[in-house]
Design a protein around this ligand. Structure first.
Ligand SMILES: *Cc1c(COP(=O)(O)O)cnc(C)c1O
Length: 388
């Protein structure tokens, strides 16, 4: 049999590899603690599950959905963007339901990029940005995110030739994997850069609701001129423990959304309407469960930071996301340290290089594991470091 050349450029998804290693260890009898993937350990809040139970029983939700999404969902998203971010969204023209942010982002490459085109991709970055760029036959140009620049890309370092060729710029703050938040003036700089070079900005706002110490992340679309150059993806997965539900939306520039809508209308048949109606209900509803989750993650963050400091790892407590981005101890590479803790402590952390070359020197630790397992993981890492 012969397969698509396209697939030759595409590595297996980062966590597919890690899951394989975990399975091997578990088969060998190791009690593996995974601080790897960012998949909330707690269930979807009960009030959401109950609404979904009502919606799934309603036959009006059982037929093919429209690709764009229900107006009821679009209007709830517009109300949410107004209330939460002060951003005005036209629910008819500036909204598109997606089967999770990952799906929307991945297909956006197909509606935006041709073979030979350039996409500006953060390094380290969510692997979907580079993966979908490669699948579309285009070339990722990696923009390093460095600690000394608050993990923001240096747009001044992009050459004029690259800026001219680039059609898309991917960014996302609060950031996965670095857990960095946006700094004053950065989004304005992005709008200026994208306007000058005619580049579509894709802002991935999957973590806007996950903030600590009172931090509340902004929308890129609240920046003057942002809607002229960009779209933003928002997802229910992380704030509402709904990773399995596959629902999110894109809002913003209609010229970017229209071809994505047209592409998707040929590929999928939209989001289950029971899920869309539940999503609308969530956006119009109380935010208590989000506050509770943030309190929980903040506590886990503090436990981990303190434990890491006690073993000599200098870690800064992040203001947002569900990750710690931690420098590896001296003498280790990212991959070497991840391998060491898996082999010697049975703990999974994600090597920074899994997100790009500039992730060297870091590992990502996810906060989506129960407290007692987090404490045990750190204790095991501590022992493995003092033994070696
Ligand atoms: C989790 C995540 C998403 C969205 O995931 P979906 O479950 O597909 O909505 C998007 N971007 C980043 C950076 C993420 O970490």
């Amino acid at each position: 049999m012969r397969f698509s050349k396209r697939m030759d450029t595409l590595p297996p998804y980062l966590f597919a590899e890690i899951e394989r290693k975990i399975a091997q260890k578990r088969a060998a009898g190791v009690d593996v603690i995974s601080l790897g993937i960012g998949d909330p350990d707690l269930p979807t809040p009960a009030y959401i599950v109950e609404e979904m139970q009502r919606q799934v029983a309603d036959p009006r939700n059982h037929r093919y959905p429209t690709t764009a999404g229900l107006q009821e969902f679009a209007q709830a998203a517009a109300r949410f963007y107004q209330r939460r971010f002060g951003v005005e969204i036209d629910p008819e023209e500036e909204f598109l339901a997606v089967l999770g942010g990952k799906e929307g982002l991945a297909h956006l490459c197909w509606s935006t990029l041709d073979p030979g085109d350039l996409a500006l991709v953060p390094d380290p970055g969510y692997p979907v940005y580079s993966g979908c760029t490669l699948l579309a036959g285009a070339e990722p140009r990696y923009l390093p995110l460095r600690a000394e620049n608050h993990f923001l890309p240096d747009l001044d370092a992009v050459s004029a030739a690259d800026a001219r060729r680039a059609k898309v710029l991917f960014i996302g703050y609060p950031n996965n994997p670095t857990s960095a938040i946006v700094q004053e003036g950065f989004f304005e700089r992005v709008v200026e850069f994208a306007t000058k070079w005619d580049i579509a900005v894709v802002h991935d706002n999957a973590y806007s609701e996950l903030g600590f110490d009172g931090y509340s992340a902004p929308s890129f679309l609240a920046t003057p001129g942002a809607k002229d150059v960009g779209v933003e993806f928002w997802s229910f997965s992380k704030p509402f423990n709904m990773t399995g539900w596959r629902v999110g939306f894109a809002v913003g520039n209609r010229q970017i959304l229209e071809p994505l809508w047209r592409l998707k209308s040929n590929l999928d048949s939209g989001v289950f309407e029971a899920v869309q109606r539940t999503a609308a209900y969530i956006l119009d509803g109380p935010w208590d469960s989000v506050h509770e989750m943030n309190a929980l993650y903040q506590r886990r963050r503090d436990v981990l930071i303190e434990a890491l400091r006690s073993i000599g790892v200098d870690a800064m407590p992040p203001k947002a996301t569900i990750y710690l981005w931690i420098p590896v101890p001296a003498g280790y590479t990212s991959a070497g340290f991840a391998e060491h803790v898996l082999d010697q402590a049975g703990v999974v952390v994600t090597p920074g290089t899994g997100y790009g070359q500039a992730g060297e020197g870091f590992v990502r630790i996810s906060l989506t594991t129960p407290d007692d397992r987090i404490e045990e993981a750190v204790e095991r890492i501590r022992r493995s470091l003092t033994l070696s």
